[in-house]
Write a protein that binds this ligand. Structure first.
Ligand code: NAI
Ligand code: MG
Length: 349
């Protein structure tokens, strides 16, 4: 197994090495290739994602990305590294599982996945205008909607919720909703399909998150709803995600570069560590390795291990040590399960 690691900027440089240590503990044969991307890379090389980074990820098929810092103002020639990676590698789905961890702030009954369309919608980056008037393109295609519907269907256990705003945007969101619904109905007649306006979905996610199983949404709605949902796993420092494409995947913690704590060695590495577990489960089809990592995290948290964002005093390093101390050996004879629901084999204890 090969993994390209792209620490990026800020706390990405602290949490990615931490996650790699945990991955190596369960996968001793893992081959790790270092690559660069981000704001610092842009300042040094004039591009936020060098071609050799893209080549490395294409060839390895899997990457772990930390976070990048993006300037709040427009900088000529700069495009966010993660958006560039998503487009260049056609990482068409952003998958964010939200599962409660044993923490006071978490909702113990929550176990949902947000599947967000990652290549179009409002994020095509086609903006024009001036100080008086500006416009942005919001593109929806049948092909991209069908393919995200197909992926979401694979993750569903009992229910799929299609999020849209077709009452206001009947052409774009209407197309998304209809294409996704038809696709899901065709390949998963066994699951419940419901539709929900994005504002109503936000209300239900805040109030009754346990009612959701898989949520599928266009780019912007999925982005916003998944940060909201991250509250229920226990906080931003704990929320993992993975970008999936055809034969290529980039896992990344949901959080950003956290300039307010960068360099202090106190960033919570759990979001990055759990993103590594998602690579094991969804990309390498090693559910036992994924469970070993996730259970190690659970047990460490249960034992009271906590970085400052969780009200504790542990450093990033000490948190990793706590997780490593709670990881049990992965049983021999790892299954190679490329079929079925990617969530099969999750430990629901
Ligand atoms: P952020 O996620 O970096 O930080 C938000 C707050 O959460 C901060 O107070 C931070 O200290 C805290 N936090 C985040 N991750 C943490 C962790 N692992 N442990 C402990 N505390 C943690 O979001 P913010 O501040 O809005 O953005 C900072 C920079 O990151 C910006 O340049 C933004 O563009 C970029 N960003 C990059 C993302 C990516 O690379 N995918 C995603 C979100 C933001
Ligand atoms: Mg976001």
């Amino acid at each position: 197994m090969k993994l390209v690691v792209i620490p990026g900027d800020g706390i990405g440089k602290e949490v990615v090495p931490a996650a790699v240590r945990v991955l190596r503990a369960v996968l001793p044969d893992l081959e790790v290739i270092e690559a660069e991307a981000g704001w610092e890379t842009f300042q040094a090389l004039g591009t936020s994602v060098p071609e050799r980074t893209l080549e490395a990820v294409r060839s390895a098929g899997a990457a772990l990305f930390g976070a990048v810092q993006s300037p709040a103002h427009r900088v000529a020639g700069y495009r966010s590294a993660i958006l560039t990676l998503r487009t260049a590698l056609d990482l068409y789905a952003n998958v964010r599982p939200v599962k409660a961890l044993p923490l006071p702030g978490a909702r113990q009954d929550v176990d949902l996945i947000i599947v967000r369309e990652n290549t179009e919608g409002l994020y095509v980056g086609e903006e024009q205008g001036n100080q008086e008037r500006a416009e942005a393109v919001r593109r929806i295609t049948r092909a991209a909607s069908e393919r995200i519907g197909m992926l979401a269907a694979r993750f569903a256990r009992q229910r799929l919720t299609i999020v849209h705003k077709a009452n206001v945007l009947p052409l774009t969101d209407g197309l998304f909703r209809d294409a996704v619904r038809t696709t899901i109905r065709t390949i998963r007649p066994d699951v419940d399909v419901e539709e929900m306006l994005v504002d109503v979905a936000a209300y239900h996610l805040a109030r009754t998150p346990e009612r959701f199983d898989v949520i599928v949404a266009p780019n912007l709605y999925g982005d916003i709803l998944s940060d909201l949902a991250a509250v229920w796993c226990g906080g931003l420092g704990l929320a993992p995600s993975i970008n999936l494409g055809k034969g290529v995947a980039v896992a990344e913690p949901v959080h950003g570069s956290a300039p307010d704590i960068a360099g202090k060695g106190i960033a919570n590495p759990i979001a990055a560590v759990l993103s590594g577990a998602l690579l094991c489960r969804y990309v390498w089809y090693l559910p036992k390795a994924a469970v070993a990592i996730e259970e190690g995290v659970r047990r460490a948290l249960q034992a009271g291990a906590a970085t400052p964002d969780l009200g504790g005093t542990l450093t990033t390093e000490e948190m990793v040590e706590a997780v490593l101390a709670h990881i049990r050996p992965v049983p021999e004879g790892l299954p190679d399960r490329k079929k079925g629901n990617p969530r099969d084999g999750e430990n629901n204890s």
